[in-house]
Design a protein around this ligand. Structure first.
Ligand SMILES: Cc1cc2nc3c(=O)[nH]c(=O)nc-3n(C[C@H](O)[C@H](O)[C@H](O)COP(=O)(O)OP(=O)(O)OC[C@H]3O[C@@H](n4cnc5c(N)ncnc54)[C@H](O)[C@@H]3O)c2cc1C
Length: 398
């Protein structure tokens, strides 16, 4: 891997930096920051979504709203390295980028498996931000072992009739559309009887019930399907081939560099706070210097793992066990970093008040609580280790 940018890449990086300098208010990247990737701006509620609408338009004007998507579908058609540079520069500024299930999953899957009519109907609305999407995969009895899902979709004339329950559906309460996997053949081996649907969340019979997490935040939901009739043209790809669509990693933007930068920024914030705060435990516990240094090094290691993924993608290879290594390392670093922050801040780390600098404006408390979800969402750490063991080390399956 060539770590240095080529001349053209330097130019592109400068273009991105120039755009962010001109368009992204410094007060937002420095003053009101929140830790973690989602909405790092620190804006909340309506204010954030209003900002995001205008911001998305500005990014789309340059093809940066969906940089990995081909130009024919309204994306930027950027090279792998350009996408990487864009992610990196945006992350350093803590500037939000349109993303989520629509951009990362639904759109790319529709591009690969959709009919022309499906592409025309859904892709422009993802790019414009008109449609928000959610992912209706996990069920109470099917998370890691997703292929055991029980939600049924039975063909009835021109419709499928769906019954069942999904769980942990992030953002379902503000989504217009959902990607749904459901069982269409109960007699087939479990991976071969699943189909993939594009579902309008306003369809009668769908009810969304909030699940409030321990941050008192409503992020995910239970979603119930009771005799929900969805049209047959909501099927994506072939009937009973949905598992293979769901299992394909289509999101090529996920190099992990943005998370690595976010971690480096958290280390930087912690160090700055430790230097200037009488509440810091650094003097009382000099070993914390080593602990902070370890986290700083780990955030750099995480960046190198991202470079490995990006160099594979540049060669046209599809990362497999490498993605599991990146996911495992990054989500466990989230937890270690939050714990180090707590060691450093002592009892003050528990303060949630956004105005109280002694608890880093509550960022640490929120980050600590939220970090517990990282080794679970998107595939648990145990599952990543299983993948590394079998595909990476060649060990037999248990
Ligand atoms: C913040 C967050 C957001 C989420 N958003 C969504 C969403 O939008 N849409 C969606 O569909 N889902 C979503 N999920 C669900 C997520 O995909 C599941 O929680 C995850 O796949 C784990 O499944 P589970 O919760 O059923 O746990 P289980 O699979 O029941 O696992 C329980 C424990 O057993 C371990 N385990 C299970 N199988 C094995 C094995 N074979 N070997 C070793 N250990 C094993 C697991 O690692 C875990 O520790 C979200 C989860 C979180 C935390």
């Amino acid at each position: 891997m060539e770590f240095r940018d080529s001349t053209a890449e330097v130019e592109f990086r400068n273009e991105v930096r120039g755009f962010l300098e001109a368009e992204y208010p410094p007060a937002m990247s420095e003053g009101r920051t929140e830790w973690g990737l989602f909405n790092a701006s620190g804006m909340r509620g309506r204010e954030y979504y209003d900002f995001l609408g205008g911001w998305t338009k500005k990014l789309n004007g340059r093809g940066w709203g969906a940089p990995a998507w081909p130009k024919e579908h309204g994306g930027g058609g950027l090279s792998v390295k350009e996408q990487f540079i864009l992610s990196e520069e945006f992350a350093w500024k803590r500037a939000p980028r349109p993303g989520g299930i629509g951009h990362g999953w639904a759109g790319p899957t529709i591009m690969v498996a959709g009919t022309e009519e499906q592409k025309e109907r859904y892709l422009p609305r993802i790019i414009s931000g008109e449609d928000q999407w959610c992912q209706l995969f996990s069920e109470p009895g099917a998370g890691s072992d997703l292929a055991s899902l029980q939600t049924r979709a039975i063909r009835d004339g021109d419709d499928y009739v769906v019954n069942g329950q999904k769980i942990w559906t992030s953002g379902a309460h503000r989504s217009d559309m959902g990607i749904l996997i459901a069982r269409t053949d109960a007699d087939a081996p479990k991976h071969r009887g699943i189909s993939y649907f594009l579902v309008d969340m306003k369809t009668p019979g769908i009810s969304v019930r909030p699940l409030v997490n321990m941050l008192s935040s409503h992020e995910f939901n239970e979603v119930y399907f009771e005799d929900v009739r969805i049209p047959a043209d909501a099927l994506l790809g072939e009937e009973n081939r949905g598992w293979y669509l769901a299992a394909t990693t289509l999101d090529f933007e996920r190099s992990g560099i943005a998370t690595s930068v976010a971690h480096q920024l958290i280390v930087r914030d912690l160090v700055a706070w430790a230097k200037e705060s009488v509440e810091s435990q650094l003097v009382a516990n000099p070993g914390l210097r080593t602990e902070l240094a370890e986290r700083a090094i780990e955030a750099q290691v995480e960046a190198l793992i991202s470079y490995r993924i990006i160099s594979m993608q540049e060669r046209g290879e599809i990362p497999n066990k490498e993605s599991s290594i990146a996911k495992l390392y990054s989500s466990e670093l989230d937890v270690r970093l939050a714990v180090t922050g707590m060691h450093l801040s002592g009892m003050f780390g528990q303060l949630e008040n956004r105005e109280d600098p002694r608890g880093l404006g509550g960022r640490l408390a929120r980050f600590y609580l939220h970090s517990t979800t990282s080794p679970i969402g998107g595939g648990t750490s145990e599952i990543q280790r299983n993948i590394i063991a079998t595909r990476g080390l060649g060990l037999p399956r248990a």
